[in-house]
Design a protein around this ligand. Structure first.
Ligand code: NDP
Length: 339
């Protein structure tokens, strides 16, 4: 298949790109600068321009940003849209989180409808952020599935960067499903809703200060930042980046995945458990780590929400990578960047 992948420089997209190429697809990926394209190219020396090419999209929040990128010869059959800001370092939630997420998502869909009639399937990276109802807290009696939607309002969204990020994913995913319903564009949609994504980094990273948001807690643990008190876990469910990336690719390959929302999670974890895995596998970090008696980072006393990812298991056939392997591989990858 000829596939357009947005945001190729990102943590998750780098894995999606690898799997697309391994599965024999031919990929054009969007990046914000030529230097980012050059770095990705350097990392894939065995693929020629026919298999791996680039389109520059500097800012997905600009109207029409994808108008040129969706045009290709040979034409695209599928699009995987991962690009969206995921960090909390923002002053203006509307401009820096909501606009790129929502306008980026509707923008790519509009450009496909207008200029890429051969596209039959679009996969969008949404999030557990668009599923969770934060007002319910730990909600131990509830099982989250694809039928849950975050009820966050615009007023709540602009209260904090954390709310802003969750709302950005919720509003963007809703806008995508609304687009399919109202515009009947002639392509199918699948959305992927992962919680915290952990695992090895393979994208270009100069320094650990620029690490992607979801792996920051692993870095912080091995750098000794949780030695005296383990930080609260926040979101208690996770998935390995390789399982999530494979889910994106299988979604374009399997017709049964069309027009479905997928909750992509392998289960529960806590920050304490990350520290335990590091302690058991990397003696060199011993002095930096919290001990069994250090406070913080565990599960809530009354229990925590349950989850069901049965749809992903049944339709996509994902077999989840175990937590210990994910953390060990993540730490090894951080070591290669100087941890
Ligand atoms: P990264 O920060 O590594 O990747 C984000 C990507 O989006 C980068 O390629 C970035 O480009 C691009 N991007 C952000 N804003 C813009 C913009 N305005 N214009 C153009 N490109 C932009 O994060 P992840 O890989 O973790 O996230 C990828 C997707 O997965 C996002 O949609 C995120 O919401 C979603 N997700 C992530 C989870 C996680 O735990 N990691 C959990 C749930 C969902 P550049 O590198 O040039 O800045």
């Amino acid at each position: 298949m000829r596939v357009l992948l947005t945001g190729g420089s990102g943590f998750i997209a780098a894995h999606v790109l690898n799997i697309l190429l391994e599965h024999g697809h031919s990929v054009v990926t969007t990046v914000r600068s030529q230097s980012k394209a050059d770095k990705i190219k350097e990392g894939h020396p065995k693929y020629g321009k026919d298999k791996l090419d680039f389109a520059l999209v500097e800012d997905i929040a600009q109207p029409g940003a994808f108008d040129e990128a969706v045009k290709s010869d040979p034409p695209f059959e599928a699009v995987i849209h991962t690009a969206s800001p995921f960090h909390f370092n923002v002053k203006d939630v509307q401009k820096e989180l909501l606009d790129p997420a929502i306008v980026g998502t509707t923008g790519v869909l509009k450009s496909i409808k207008k200029s890429a009639p051969t596209v039959k399937h679009v996969v969008i990276t949404s999030s557990f952020a668009s599923i969770i109802d934060a007002s319910k807290g730990s909600w131990p009696e509830h099982t989250y599935t694809e039928s849950d939607w975050n009820p966050i309002t615009h007023e709540q969204a602009i209260e904090s960067p954390q709310n802003g990020y969750r709302a950005s994913k919720t509003f963007a995913e809703r806008a995508a499903w609304d687009f399919i319903e109202t515009e009947k564009p002639g392509f199918a949609l699948s959305t992927m809703c992962p919680p915290l994504v952990l695992g090895p980094i393979i994208h270009n990273l100069q320094t650990l200060d620029n690490l992607n948001t979801s792996n920051e807690r692993i870095r912080d643990i091995i750098q000794g930042k949780m030695k005296d008190e383990v930080a609260p876990t926040g979101t208690f469910i996770w998935v390995d980046v390789r399982d999530l990336a494979l889910s994106h690719v299988l979604a374009i390959e399997k017709p049964e995945a069309a027009n479905k929302r997928f909750f992509i999670t392998s289960g529960h974890f806590s920050n304490r458990e990350i520290a335990n895995v590091v302690r058991d596998n990397f003696s060199e970090y011993k002095d930096k780590l919290p001990t069994e008696s250090t406070l913080g980072g565990g599960y809530p006393e009354g229990g925590i929400y349950k989850v069901s990812a049965k749809r992903a298991e049944d339709i996509l056939g994902i077999k989840w990578i175990p937590f210990e392997k994910s953390i060990v591989d993540a730490v090894k990858s951080l070591k290669s960047v100087g941890a």
